[in-house]
Design a protein around this ligand. Sequence first.
Ligand code: HEM
Length: 145
Amino acid sequence: MSDERKVQTHHGELTLSEIADALPGTGEIMASVASAWWKCAYAARGGNWDLAAYFARRVRGLQRGLAVTRPKYAGDLAAFEAQQLDPVLRAIDARDRDGFERSFAAATDRANELHVKWAKPYIRWVLPDDPPRDLYLGPVGTNPP
Ligand code: HEM
């Protein structure tokens, strides 16, 4: 039994650790990150730059939230944002296709290095061959055929 102090919630008494454990874990956040990252790549390739920006910002928001709920990753996540995500966002803003591919690949490599660092060398994210089918990826203002 933990001797940690309990706090009163409207579900009953819980310890702060129980509340922290109940938050979405790193694996769940990363599954959302990976889905947004995949869609970001295909939105940029399709020419829907606003959608690519949306998904790159979504990755950033998910990772900022993770830095709060799992502070042991905060330093790596802040460095990843500054050194990897910002260049991706800048390439998207500039509609720079080559710059996007370069910075996206570099960010993916760095993410996989961080998986090794955090003792998960078997998690190596790769861009799926298939584009997402639930979103129109062409430029805004055009329509699906
Ligand atoms: C765009 C960048 C990234 C992608 C696409 C990505 C992808 C993934 C995927 C697919 C998983 C497995 C998720 C699952 O359990 O279903 C994972 C796990 C993980 N990732 Fe990432 N990741 C990225 C960035 C990062 C960064 C910057 C860190 C820095 C700390 C990180 C740390 C981790 C850790 C620690 C796990 C293991 C989760 C656990 O222990 O439950 N990842 N990642």
